[in-house]
Design a protein around this ligand. Structure first.
Ligand SMILES: NC(=O)c1ccc[n+]([C@@H]2O[C@H](COP(=O)([O-])OP(=O)(O)OC[C@H]3O[C@@H](n4cnc5c(N)ncnc54)[C@H](O)[C@@H]3O)[C@@H](O)[C@H]2O)c1
Length: 394
């Protein structure tokens, strides 16, 4: 594909992430958004109006779209456990694929994607956007240059207050999102894998649902709850009435009857609200990851300790600190000027890299064979949490 030709792309899944995707792709210099797909037609109408897409072609299945609308690439923004079917369909029709993290949620579905990608000659790019944030990209470069020496430990922490809203969305159900160790933690497990530079060997994880447990004093939905005006977790505290997200959620409620304001406490869920996982890698790097959605702060922090020094990353502050052992040294790197857009700058860079990938140019890319590792660690963490034992990858 020539540089001057725009890549004709289809976007699938008009939800939270799809809103970002449609907004960016519809004005991106490398792409021409030629069609949108969603199982709920009203969601396509809402985003087409919001982002002034005019008479863009709309389809309720990707298969129909692939037959009717000529395109070069497909970008997939649907719930986690739907990815394999859509990736297979797009690759089977000869398209390049951008697919959101996690690649999918079970071993057999991951294998199906790897297989389809191999048969297609390697056309899949996985949207693990944290690898593209300037802070993590630089930490990875520093590790590769040997600044920390031989890496021994990696500690990663995630505090995410917005994660509580998972408990009224599909992410609360293992059958669709795999549970928080997958839908959420796959990002961070992927970073541990990437930074360690080795295959995972064992996982031990503990976690629980301790705060967002059922409560007898509140209702099933915010609209029916006597505490609605004062509850910090109420639907409207997160999603303003009439906002884009509220209009999308209302469309789904009209089409399916799924209530958009489920109580975070009383919703049916089968995952956890906090936990810690320890992962060992085949090169003896030992890593830990702490996750909580019951928190007043929002940040990711990472500390890498090695034989020559320590590298600390504060993603929210866009700051890296290096402490050297011999001779003793201290250095701070401020990357705040490099951060533009969501996910600490990762979102802004990722479609440019995907365009280069689809044109066969050199690019930073995460391929399925790599992206499965974060999910596999997540699957093992879920098993370890349930069975209260170390899970060995052998
Ligand atoms: N990279 C990131 O930082 C990041 C951030 C948020 C979400 N995500 C990922 O993006 C994906 C979407 O998440 P979301 O929060 O936007 O979900 P969402 O529920 O807001 O939106 C999903 C959309 O997909 C549609 N859909 C479902 N099945 C479909 C199918 N088979 N064909 C076509 N449309 C279908 C739904 O109707 C909905 O409009 C998930 O994989 C999620 O993990 C990634």
């Amino acid at each position: 594909m020539m540089k001057e030709n725009k890549i004709k792309i289809v976007a699938v899944g008009m939800g939270g992430r799809g809103s970002w995707g449609v907004r960016e792709l519809s004005k991106h210099p490398d792409f021409e958004l030629v069609a949108i797909v969603d199982i709920i037609p009203e969601r396509m109408d809402i985003l087409a109006a919001e982002y002034e897409l005019g008479e863009i072609a709309k389809f309720t299945t990707l298969k129909e779209c692939l037959k009717a609308a000529p395109s070069d690439a497909v970008a997939i923004f649907t719930p986690d456990g739907t990815h394999a079917d859509l990736v297979e369909a797009a690759l089977g029709a000869g398209r390049y694929v951008f697919v959101e993290k996690p690649l999918d949620i079970s071993e057999d579905r991951l294998d199906r994607i790897i297989d389809a990608d191999r048969k297609a000659g390697g056309k899949t790019f996985v949207g693990l956007n944290l690898r593209f944030t300037p802070v993590y990209t630089m930490v990875h470069e520093l590790v590769a240059e040997g600044v920390a020496g031989k890496v021994l430990n990696i500690q990663a922490d995630e505090f995410y207050s917005g994660g509580r809203t998972y408990f009224r969305r599909w992410n609360r159900l293992e059958s669709i999102g795999g549970g928080l160790w997958i839908t959420k933690a796959c990002h961070d497990f992927d970073l541990l894998y990437w930074m360690s530079g080795a295959e995972p060997k064992t996982v031990y994880a503990s976690g629980a649902l301790d705060y967002y447990k059922p409560r007898a004093d509140v209702a099933q939905t915010c609209r029916d709850c006597h505490l609605n005006d004062m509850c910090p977790d109420r639907y409207e505290a997160w999603i303003g009435r009439g906002s884009l997200a509220d209009r999308l959620n209302s469309a789904t409620e009209r089409a399916t009857g799924q209530r958009r304001d489920l109580c975070l406490f009383n919703s049916d869920k089968d995952t956890l609200d906090h936990g810690i996982a320890t992962v060992t890698f085949s090169n003896n790097v030992v890593a830990s990851y702490a996750l909580t959605v019951v928190t007043g702060m929002d940040n990711r922090l990472m500390r890498i300790g090695g034989t020559k020094g320590t590298i600390e990353a504060d993603v929210g502050a866009a700051k890296i600190t290096i402490r050297r052992r011999y001779p003793k040294g201290y250095e701070e790197i401020d990357l705040s000027a490099a951060i533009k857009g969501g996910h600490s700058g990762g979102d802004e860079r990722i479609f440019r890299q995907f365009a280069s990938f689809a044109r066969g140019e050199s690019s930073q890319v995460v391929r399925p064979a790599e992206a499965v590792m974060g999910v596999r660690i997540g699957i093992a963490a879920r098993q370890s949490t349930k069975e209260k034992r170390i899970v060995d990858f052998k």
